[in-house]
Unconditional design. Structure first.
Length: 404
């Protein structure tokens, strides 16, 4: 079904084949993604030139510089995430089309209107202030399908910002409103389409989480300022009898790279399990790339193992190359798996691990090649103080290993 929709989209927008002088109108737009029959996910963007725009989610600004036109249609290609794009019919003040996740065979209806800077409509004063921490459960009550999270929110009048932290990462920059007792939060980062709706009291929330138009599940939360998630360094560990990591995967040139190579000898090594499609991985990769550029003259090395959705090796390496270029990654990114991101299969590629819980996962090894730490997930910029604390803890730990 989704493949047919993608093909129909391409045929519809490319049918006439001539470039047009029609371009996006400069200024602020309000967009909507249809995640269910009743719910839309709104987000805002600003067109800064015919070929550039900025996406906004709370304090996050995402720059897009790959916009093309064909006849009366526009194609907005998302940065970093290969195969994620908006294709829409263009009129002076409106857009209508689809958001396509090509590698995932998913299509979400899309429309946008020029000149509207609001995100969610505000019609009444908030009945409560939800600023603080919230113990949260995602899932339908079946124990093995539950996911536990920590909601962190800041509210000023009706406007609410924040995120949900989980053991595997965070839901990035959420922005929305509390309208009476009705909470709505959304984010669109060029890959993930997240909408949260809930009815709130001064101490509880109950509602629904939507991921695009393909998945939804109930959420419940209660105010709890002391709630903590499980230790991210306790979830993945080495099996008994192992004290190191070993692998051999190809780089873009086809050369096999392993930890026994000279470039990793007598160095502190940071191994990153990630995917070019993964927003939490993108946040982590930006931090690691910056850290590596500032410290690459020391006895340390980074290497990333990519687990890709792309159905062919060529497409997987194309996605990796796009990520490397956009972020400025200077360390090797190897292709560990393509065609699936199944974590069970990922664990089989690294059989010394008890399991792979999340992308990203970071494995840190000392100069003798011994695994010293395995950290599951990543607390990105949306988590505020937690992100700042993580960066300091990471730097202190690496420095200690370098001095050994």
């Amino acid at each position: 079904m989704y493949k047919a929709l993608i093909i129909a989209t391409i045929v519809l927008f490319f049918s006439c084949g001539e470039d047009s002088s029609n371009t996006l109108k400069l200024g602020t737009w309000r967009a909507e993604l249809q995640v269910s029959d009743q719910e839309v996910l709104p987000f805002n963007f600003e067109v800064t030139s015919a070929h550039t725009l900025k996406l906004f989610n709370a304090d996050e600004v995402i720059f897009v510089d790959d916009i093309t036109y064909r006849n009366d249609s526009v194609f907005i290609n998302m940065p970093a995430f290969e195969g994620y794009y908006i294709a829409a019919k263009l009129s002076e003040n409106s857009l209508e089309g689809t958001f396509v996740k090509e590698n995932r065979d998913r299509v979400v209806p899309f429309k946008a209107k020029f000149g509207d800077s609001r995100r969610f409509k505000i019609s009444e004063k908030p009945e409560y202030n939800i600023t603080g921490k919230w113990e949260t459960v995602f899932g339908d009550g079946i124990e093995n399908e539950k996911e536990y999270a920590l909601g962190i929110f800041d509210q000023k009048e009706n406007r609410v910002t924040g995120t949900f932290r989980t053991t595997t990462g965070d839901y990035r920059f959420l922005e929305g409103v509390l309208n009476g007792d009705q909470l709505k939060l959304s984010t669109f980062d060029g890959s993930h389409v997240y909408l949260f709706t809930a009815t709130v009291t001064d101490s509880t929330m109950e509602g629904m989480y939507y991921s695009g138009n393909h998945f939804r599940e109930p959420i419940k939360a209660k105010r709890n300022e002391t709630y903590k998630l499980p230790d991210p360094e306790s979830l993945t560990f080495l099996k008994e009898g192992y004290d190191t990591l070993a692998f051999s995967f190809p780089d873009a040139s086809g050369k096999m790279v392993s930890l026994s190579d000279a470039r990793f000898k007598n160095k502190v090594v940071v191994v990153q399990l990630m995917g070019s499609w993964c927003p939490n991985c993108l946040d982590e990769t930006k931090f690691y790339s910056e850290y590596y550029r500032e410290h690459k003259d020391q006895d340390m090395a980074f290497v990333a193992l990519a687990f890709e959705y792309a159905k062919t090796k060529d497409k997987a390496f194309k996605s990796i190359a796009r990520l490397k270029e956009n972020v400025g990654i200077e360390y090797p990114v190897l292709l560990a798996q393509y065609g699936t991101t199944d974590k069970t299969l990922a664990q089989k590629k690294l059989p010394m691990l008890n399991r792979v819980v999340s992308y990203p996962t970071t494995i840190i090894m000392d100069k003798k090649g011994k695994v010293c730490k395995i950290h599951t997930g990543f607390n990105g910029p949306a988590t505020g103080e937690k992100y700042v604390a993580f960066k300091k803890e990471f730097g202190d730990f690496i420095n200690r290993l370098l001095q050994e």
